[in-house]
Ligand binder design. Structure first.
Ligand code: BGP
Length: 464
């Protein structure tokens, strides 16, 4: 077994999904608060109430053998308005979290943006407005300046693909737009903003490293036909390359740009911005792995996205067709799927890690991996054998990739404890620790928490 002494075993959360305290201590509204309140949907007003439970939560990480905590900073908690006024109370909250991490020997691994854009920026056009890129860089600088002595691992953005496509193409996340041209613009602005964040980090000369986190899904084809290979390239550009190539190599895939420029005006991509993208690539890649994407060539029909956000829509109800590009195959008879149509496919993690290693040669962290399930948390201990088997199979797949040379430096379970799962609400649970949302949000370790602790403490001996 390889030397795992410095390997970062940890778990992850995100500000909006766990903090709660949405209007406390001068935090302002985020686009998610605004949208969920307007629509009367289940929201994260209280969520796991991490704001008031963080000491207990971080202590449990330590007792669970974990060495790192991946969490995000909330822009609307830190910056009050478009003028960039700083909320000292927001900074103080994160100082408390960071101090608590260090007191417990937990390394903080910090995401600057995990989807909670301040509503005051959304009202100016959000990611369609170039000004927001500069605002992001200023906000990132405030974070670096204030926290650089306590954070060595930074992430600019969590999952550009997921929040851009959900917000501007599929329309199931705020700002709920369905428009290809706007999707391209938002995507470009986010990647440009990420490079501006890296630039601030480099210019400030702060210690540590900075990366980006991607919702990684390796693309497989149904067969070896050339048509399938072309469909795979389209799918890979759509799912992965516009984030990974751009962040790691400083280049937006040229075949993608060429294809898009036939139908859409992309003249807002200015040479001086492309230069900033080229010159400010990341130090590492964070990959969130939930599943692969199996594709076949496009046959017919309009571009379609059906997302199973309820878990009750019935297995197999999801659908992805990108007209003239590819179709996603949502059912492989040899695989098992969750109620939310996520295929359980550990081999994809090994294949994907090797692919990313070969393409980019950068250090990799698995920044999220986990399984969402309905669970009864009123029992003394949730017996989540399925989560243990999911994690065991994926960690084994990660080791196989490491044995073949991939430079993987950490693994973060999603999630540290149960939290709010965006449009899926709180009943889709991912935590190693159960949170009883109906009874004072009491915390109870699940069986997987103990399994993970023993696995880490035994240096993964129990995986053999
Ligand atoms: C990733 C996000 C997380 C988290 C997770 C599980 O896309 O970074 O914020 O929510 O996926 O997804 P979901 O909650 O939609 O099931």
């Amino acid at each position: 077994m390889m030397d795992l002494k410095n390997f970062l075993w940890g778990s992850a959360t995100a500000s909006y999904q766990c903090e709660g305290a949405w209007d406390l201590d001068e935090r302002v509204e985020s686009m998610w608060d605004h949208y969920l309140h307007e629509e009367g949907l289940e929201n994260g007003d209280i969520a796991s109430d991490h704001y008031h439970h963080f000491e207990e939560d971080i202590r449990m990480m330590k007792e669970g053998g974990q060495r790192a905590y991946r969490f995000s900073l909330s822009w609307p908690r830190i910056i009050k308005n478009k003028q960039g006024e700083i909320n000292e109370k927001g900074l103080a909250f994160y100082h408390k979290i960071l101090d608590c991490c260090h007191e417990n020997g937990i390394e903080p691994f910090v995401t600057i943006y995990h989807w909670d854009l301040p509503q005051y920026w959304e009202e100016t056009g959000g990611w369609l407005n170039e000004e927001v890129c500069t605002a992001f860089a200023q906000y990132a600088k405030v974070c670096f300046e204030n926290f650089h002595t306590k954070i060595r691992k930074w992430v600019t953005f969590n999952e550009p693909k997921w929040f851009v496509c959900s917000g501007y193409l599929i329309g199931n996340y705020p700002p709920c737009i369905q428009d290809v041209s706007k999707t391209i613009k938002a995507a470009y602005h986010v990647m440009y903003a990420s490079a501006l964040g890296v630039k601030e980090f480099r210019e400030g000369g702060y210690e540590g490293e900075i990366g980006i986190v991607h919702s990684f899904t390796p693309v497989n084809g149904v067969d070896d036909r050339i048509e399938t290979k072309i469909a795979m390239r389209y799918a890979d550009n759509y799912c992965n390359n516009w984030i990974l190539d751009t962040a790691a190599k400083g280049e937006i895939p040229i075949d993608l740009l060429s294809e898009l420029s036939k139908q859409y005006d992309i003249s807002y991509m200015k040479p001086e911005q492309l230069k900033i993208i080229k010159e400010n690539t990341v130090d590492f890649l964070g990959l969130n792995y939930y599943s692969r994407t199996l594709v076949k060539p496009y046959t017919s029909g309009e571009t379609t996205f059906v997302v199973n956000n309820s878990g009750k829509a019935g297995k197999g109800s999801s659908k992805v067709i990108v007209k003239h590009w590819f179709e996603q195959v949502m059912h492989d008879p040899n695989s098992t799927y969750t109620e939310w149509d996520t295929e359980i496919y550990p081999k994809g993690l090994k294949d994907g890690l090797l692919e990313v290693h070969q393409k980019y040669g950068l250090p990799i962290y698995i920044t999220e991996n986990g399984i969402g399930m309905y669970e009864d948390v009123t029992v003394p201990q949730v017996d989540d054998e399925y989560r243990i088997s999911f994690m065991r199979d994926h960690i084994k797949a990660m080791f196989e990739a490491m044995e073949q040379g991939a430079n993987i430096k950490g693994y973060f379970a999603w999630s540290s404890f149960d939290l709010y799962s965006w449009k899926n609400g709180c009943e889709k649970r991912y935590g190693l620790v159960a949170v009883d949302f109906d009874h004072d949000r009491i915390r109870k370790p699940k069986k997987s928490y103990t399994w993970y602790r023993d696995m880490i403490n035994s240096n993964a001996e129990n995986l053999k």
